[in-house]
Write a protein that binds this ligand. Sequence first.
Ligand SMILES: Nc1ncnc2c1ncn2[C@@H]1O[C@H](COP(=O)(O)OP(=O)(O)OP(=O)(O)O)[C@@H](O)[C@H]1O
Length: 349
Amino acid sequence: MSTVEFTNVTKLYGQRPAVANLNLRVGSGELICLLGPSGCGKTTTLRMLAGFITPDAGDIGINERSVLNLGPEARPTALVFQRYTLWPHMNIFHNVAFGLKLRRVPADEIRRKVAGALDLVGLQGLEKRFPAQLSGGQQQRVALARALVIEPQVLLLDEPLSSLDAKLRVQLRQEIRAIQKELGITTVFVTHDQEEAMSVADRIAVMHDGVLQQVEAPGELYARPATEFVARFMGEMNVLPGTQTGSTVRTGRFEFLTDLPASASAGKDLRVAFRPEDVQLGTEGVPGRVMSEIDLGHYRQLILDCGGVTVTAFVSKGQPVRGNHVRVARVLMYAGGQFVSEACAAEPV
Ligand SMILES: Nc1ncnc2c1ncn2[C@@H]1O[C@H](COP(=O)(O)OP(=O)(O)OP(=O)(O)O)[C@@H](O)[C@H]1O
């Protein structure tokens, strides 16, 4: 059973924080994805946990004990990189056995453990092959076996699927998740791909400009983004500028009712946000004009001009569109980038 805890961790490059005052706890057996755009600080966070980068402030603990004074090799972690970093001149057996040999594990135990690790990643029987004789996906499985064979308490994955093609990525991420669950190993998985994060994580930690924005289970993160950044980053979202008068919030010709006191949004940029799948097309609401329509297989994406406001709507394939009026039942409101309240459609009087 292993936990990870970052407490007020900061890493500066010059004056600029790559990671700013990070507080994050990873529970025992939990898989947390660090998610965010390029340069947000994910890799720096992972490397601080692995011991390759020293934080400027704060503490990092594994199992409630600080690991800051331990070098990478002394930490109970194993790291899998984006590119399969296998030794080309060693066969698969020796690639996987390497860490055990360094630890002076007896030969028969090495054989047993390597066989077990290769079995776990579905590569039994390929011990004598060399890396160049394996596909990209197989090589990445070897890298995973090599990390797991030393029985780390915490598994660290740095964009482990980025160099694979789309189909293989999907397959391997399910395999990684299954292995992680089977072993119950505490895991930190870095990715910039939100679909990947949604599909494997117990919780997702979204980062932006070195700042942790929100940590939540995937469904909750999607339903209730805590900041405007998360709202825009996780899936498609309509984000429109709003103005509040009393209990009414307006954007274009849309009107919503809120119980947010107007004083709470005064002087801050107010935004209303709603998912394209929550846009209803019918005979009631704000008249819309379809500007473009894209067939995306199981649903259609419509871009509508609703009196000068551009709205994206997803319409499921089997659903006939009965009218060109747009209604949005529920919206999220953000002031100064932070979630402040929900609002609901004001019914026409
Ligand atoms: N050695 C370094 N020297 C100076 N700045 C650095 C160094 N390493 C990282 N940075 C900066 O710190 C910030 C965070 O980098 P980091 O690699 O952690 O981001 P990331 O989210 O992992 O991005 P990517 O997905 O592109 O790897 C970036 O602005 C980056 O330019």
